[in-house]
Design a protein around this ligand. Structure first.
Ligand code: SD4
Length: 323
């Protein structure tokens, strides 16, 4: 953990700092009082996403507009090799994307294993708003996207292709989900009214089997939002998160009276107990309650999160569960 802190007052500053690999501050969740409005998101690239989401809220945009616009920044960034354009492909060399969003009144939309579309989060929103369904996958999701004006494009950048070709030389599948510290983006927003929304989007684990879907697009696993309580999102090894329905479990722990931090810890401990023989397992949970208190836990050291309040946009090291 470092001491130097990057404190960003403006959206432009946030984007710049994100590009400059900002250092982080010790986790603030335990002592932080509630603050609204609030935007919180996973990893270093959350800074730029937060800045965009905050700007939307400041301009009077809806919570849903804010969370969608925020994560679209990561989706479009070719340097983020775990989300959207520039994401590392599956073992067949195909970039397949998972995304979902949810509002605190229970509306939700999701796409999984979607190919060729730059902004899966926006397709997920249209699934929510234009179909009687909550989730579309694969070919059906692509067909829906194309029918609704999304353009088909190649998402495999030359850099990601070169990395994949290098991997093919050994083709050893050993996911290290958070090793590069720029993973799935999960972003949660609390309005001044206490209403909530969230979005989560990823290219999933590099070199996964074609057709593999992680936690990120699964409502309850990668994201869960309830205006009565709060919201949570997850990052890390999706298979482990799915097994405990992680984000829903965190929200339910808050409903039972735990603080966001205690709720994240409780579910992280449960998850760890179910995976006793996985020393390198990394999962991170972020949570907020409707009063704007937040929590953040990573199993291992290294999980960072970005927090935007009226005081600015700042990166923190989450509390690690393991020493
Ligand atoms: C997945 N949870 O597809 C995502 C990947 C991730 O940190 O978040 N890695 O399993």
């Amino acid at each position: 953990m470092t001491n130097r802190r990057t404190f960003l007052q403006t959206a432009a500053g946030a984007v710049l700092a994100s590009a400059c690999q900002p250092t982080t501050q010790r986790d603030q969740s335990a002592q932080a009082p509630g603050q609204v409005p609030l935007i919180i998101s996973t990893w270093n690239h959350g800074l730029a996403a937060n800045a965009e989401a905050w700007a939307v809220l400041q301009k009077g945009g809806s919570l849903l507009d804010a969370v969608e616009a925020g994560v679209r920044i990561s989706e479009a960034d070719p340097k983020v090799d775990s989300v959207g354009y520039g994401g590392l492909p599956d073992r067949d060399g195909r970039v397949t994307l998972d995304a979902c969003l949810m509002t605190g009144d229970g509306r939700c939309g999701s796409v999984a294993a979607l190919e060729h579309i730059l902004h899966p989060i926006s397709v997920a929103r249209q699934v929510m708003e234009k179909t009687p369904h909550a989730m579309l996958v694969g070919e059906g999701a692509l067909r829906f996207a194309l029918a609704n004006g999304f353009a088909k494009q190649n998402l495999l950048t030359p850099e990601a292709e070169a990395t994949w070709r290098e991997w093919l030389k050994t083709a050893q599948y050993a996911p290290r989900p958070n090793a590069e510290n720029h993973d799935t983006i999960g972003l949660l927003a609390v309005a001044a009214s206490g209403q909530l929304a969230g979005a989560c989007t990823t290219s999933g684990l590099a070199y996964k089997m074609h057709g593999r879907v992680g936690d990120s697009p699964i409502i309850g696993a990668g994201l869960y939002v309830d205006n009565e309580v709060g919201a949570a999102t997850a990052t890390g090894l999706g298979e482990a998160i799915i097994r405990v329905v992680g984000s829903h479990a965190v929200v339910e722990a808050m409903r039972a009276g735990h603080s966001p931090q205690a709720a994240c810890r409780l579910v992280a401990e449960r998850l760890l107990k179910k995976n006793p023989n996985s020393p390198n397992l990394q999962v991170g949970f972020l949570a907020v309650d409707k009063d704007g208190r937040h929590g953040a836990i990573g199993l291992q050291k290294g999980f960072t999160y970005a927090l935007h309040t009226s005081a600015g946009n700042q990166l923190f090291d989450a509390e690690p569960l393991l020493p």
